[in-house]
Ligand binder design. Structure first.
Ligand SMILES: C[S@@+](CC[C@H](N)C(=O)[O-])C[C@H]1O[C@@H](n2cnc3c(N)ncnc32)[C@H](O)[C@@H]1O
Length: 364
């Protein structure tokens, strides 16, 4: 596929959305990590040429500009490493970044490597291990064209470092298309890091199979990282092109990524479609996410039990599609009004419908 495209290619609307998600998360991640660490690292494992055919920014430029233009004046060093295997794209990227290098402050270092993601990351992590060094907080963006260069073993190795996070483009459409090709079975073992994917061959119903492919990869990521969340990208024909999977060991990281995903798709369905975008259908659903499922999930999980507002907040981030902002006023306040919850511990003079830190709730 990459060879057909030439050195640079056209930007699809869903690629622009992918960049928006990356940028929004990076902007949230940067000050949180920079506050406590002298050095933080961003790795783009499939960096591309840095620019699209109409001059739009590629992912390395999206991130460097976000770091440069950030309102928070970071004092730590940010190291950005860009890996690209195609020589011409690599040279193109160097020249694009070279053009903007004078505008990049000294505390932001960047370097472009010609080579393969897998080999480069394996070498880097082996070196860190050998030197018994603590790895700096690292965000790794993994954005391949296909599925044969992203071994699960490498991704798992990255995530075993508790301060590393990954955003992976899982190429669902291609994964699904070639699944029954016997000669690729080893590639699938390597991609999934398990032979379990073979059960997919017995699923003929398209939606079921899509869900099962998604779920096997999600389950695998959960063996390496505590929290995993996905976002679905659909093409012009409104069928799924790929899933972006975010994996982290950090609850705050998960919260920030979910916030970014809700910004990109404010319906809370965690998807973006080129098809709907072209017809502007998404806006019909905007502004009023349906929060009824959150209320139902709370009732089914906590009925008859007590919990602090802080723990409930963490549960919403970790176990539901929703965000903390959806919890108190939109859901808990009406539940209190309807007698579905009572407050059994709170600061003196608490007002009904408010739930400050430390408040203890009991669900009917
Ligand atoms: C989807 S494009 C990346 C686009 C880029 N991340 C962006 O958003 O602007 C994938 C890139 O990975 C490069 N590539 C292919 N195999 C690779 C490998 N094993 N390691 C690193 N780069 C590779 C391709 O040449 C291509 O430029």
């Amino acid at each position: 596929m990459s060879k057909h495209l030439g050195t640079i290619w056209n930007l699809d609307p869903h690629t622009a959305k992918k960049h928006e998600l990356l940028r929004r998360y990076f902007v949230a991640w940067l000050p949180i990590m920079a506050k406590w660490n002298g050095r933080i690292v961003y790795i783009d494992g499939f960096a591309g040429p840095g620019r699209y055919s109409k001059g739009e920014d590629g992912s390395p430029v999206v991130v460097l500009k976000a770091a440069r233009d950030h309102s928070y004046a970071i004092k730590s060093e940010l190291v950005c490493l860009f890996v690209e295997d195609d020589l011409e794209r690599c040279e193109h990227l160097k020249s694009v970044l070279g053009e903007m290098s004078e505008t990049i402050p000294d505390r932001i270092k960047w370097q472009v490597f010609k080579g393969k993601f897998d080999e480069h990351l394996t070498k880097t992590f082996a070196l860190i291990e050998a030197q018994k060094k603590n790895i700096a907080p690292t965000l790794v963006f993994i954005d391949p064209f296909g599925f044969s260069h992203t071994p699960f073993a490498t991704i798992s190795k990255i995530l075993k470092n508790s301060r590393c996070e990954v955003l992976i483009n899982f190429m669902y459409e291609e994964v699904n298309r070639f699944l029954s090709l016997e000669k690729l079975s080893n590639d699938y073992d390597v991609l999934f890091g398990t032979t379990e994917w073979r059960v997919l061959l017995d699923i003929s119903e398209a939606d079921q199979r899509k869900q099962a492919i998604h779920d096997i990869y999600l389950k695998q990521l959960r063996t390496a990282a505590r929290y995993v969340h996905s976002f679905e990208m659909l093409n012009k024909g409104n069928s799924t092109d790929y899933f972006l999977f975010f994996a982290t060991n950090n609850l705050k990281g998960l919260e920030k990524m979910k916030e970014a995903m809700w910004k990109v798709d404010d319906t809370g369905s965690f998807q973006f479609s080129d098809y709907h975008d072209a017809r502007r259908l998404m806006s019909l659903f905007s502004d009023h996410p349906n929060l009824a499922p959150l209320r139902e999930m709370i009732v089914s999980k906590f009925s008859g039990t007590r919990i602090s507002i802080n723990d409930l907040n963490d549960w919403v981030i970790a176990e539901t599609p929703f965000l903390p902002k959806h919890l108190k006023r939109p859901v808990l306040a009406p539940m209190e009004e309807d007698g579905e919850l009572s407050v059994i511990g709170a600061k003196p003079n608490r007002r009904r419908g408010t739930f400050s830190d430390g408040t203890i709730l009991k669900f009917a």
